[in-house]
Design a protein around this ligand. Sequence first.
Ligand SMILES: [Zn+2]
Length: 474
Amino acid sequence: QENWINAHLDRTQLHVLSLSDWVNDAQYRVSPLGPKDPFVSPRPLIQSPSNSQASPIGWHQPGRDSSARTDTVGNNAFAQEDWDGKADITGWDKGKVRPDPGASLSFDYPLPTTQTDPRNYVDASITNLFYWVNRMHDFFYDYGFTETFGAFQEDNFGKAAKDLGGDAVIAYAQDGGGYDNANFASPPDGQRGVLKVYLFHGGTSGWRDAALEVDIVIHEYTHGLSTRLTGGASNADCLAWGESAGMGEGWSDFIPILLQVTPESTSNQEILMGVWVMGGGGPGDQGGTKPRGIRRYPYSTRLSVNPTTYGNLNDSSWYGEVHAIGEIWCNILWEMAWALMDSGASRSDLYSGPNISSGNTLAMQLVLDGMKLQPCQPTFISARDAIFQAEKILTQGKHACALWTAFSKRGLGPKASSSGLGRVTEDFSLPPDCASHSVRLQKRDETKDNGWGRGWGLGSWRRFWQSRRLGLLG
Ligand SMILES: [Zn+2]
């Protein structure tokens, strides 16, 4: 975590380029979410993606009293490079390079495979970073991360009772302050968040620019969501240590993996984080002998693939590192999402907003509402309880047993407990009311025979552990 510097930036420093309004005309060539190499995979050109509810003045005007711009500066994000690695909240407009296609707002920049110096494709990198930060702003807005709850915006349009604008996210691509990492500094409401993504060494594959790997960008922006919603937008200290800090990492992995669920997905789907930046992600490469990302296990509902349970927190090699704690929490949420999707609820496009009759959008909504309901410094148990509370408010307990099958499968059943200091007691039981819901628990028994981590040889396990150490995301 970087030191936080309080600073006030006079809005008159914003460089006015034009008075026109181009809300609906922009287009962006971007990386899709998923473990694919953006240099060889198709990169779609997305037309006019801004959402008029979430971003009423579009993505290129930093407030109603400012003029529209033609570069990557707007109400939700200011995106630019930080090659010298020195930029922070005050450095975003100090001679930094940003793509600027002029009035066309056509952010269509190539990724030439012949280029080895990332500076030569920085416009494509910044475009991708800017697009995905804005996209996630609009996405979370639909599920309730609005002005009232501390959304990162320069202008709050008078929609919040306590109107603290002036806090778009400042996003830096190709940040020279480090390597093989990324981070997000999330101050209280009214102060700008700072998102930094670095270059990764990428194994033997040469530089891999994290601004082009979407799961990493979403991971970082989600830190802003969880920090603003937990304990209120004005308190940025509620996910600071222990289980709560680990859960911050878990939510940040959960959002990008949930967004990879498609109508064709099944609960056997395995999802990895940070595949491409670690040197993997060639055509068709979701595994095999290539690096498998930055986490210890793939996210999976199969205990033979991901054996983590709540009780792993009793092991200091898990409890001692926030991302390891986060892996356990994220996989519990992944179980929860599949319990909802498997219990008959259909699936719909997450980007089209909340729909409580769809399992994936309901999971998204419960997770976001749970953040609002849970206390400052939540534990796995209080965060779980907040999800149950959210479900009761939203769907009147209809899905409570489905939720228990997921939590209990991973040791977070009704009798689980925590000292709050890294000593936990697991519980794999279901409440008596849910006795007929045993399917997910039986899967655990099946896996007891298989043993932990089947198929993961020692050599590969060691390599993944090293990768994770290298590739910790802030
Ligand atoms: Zn993180």
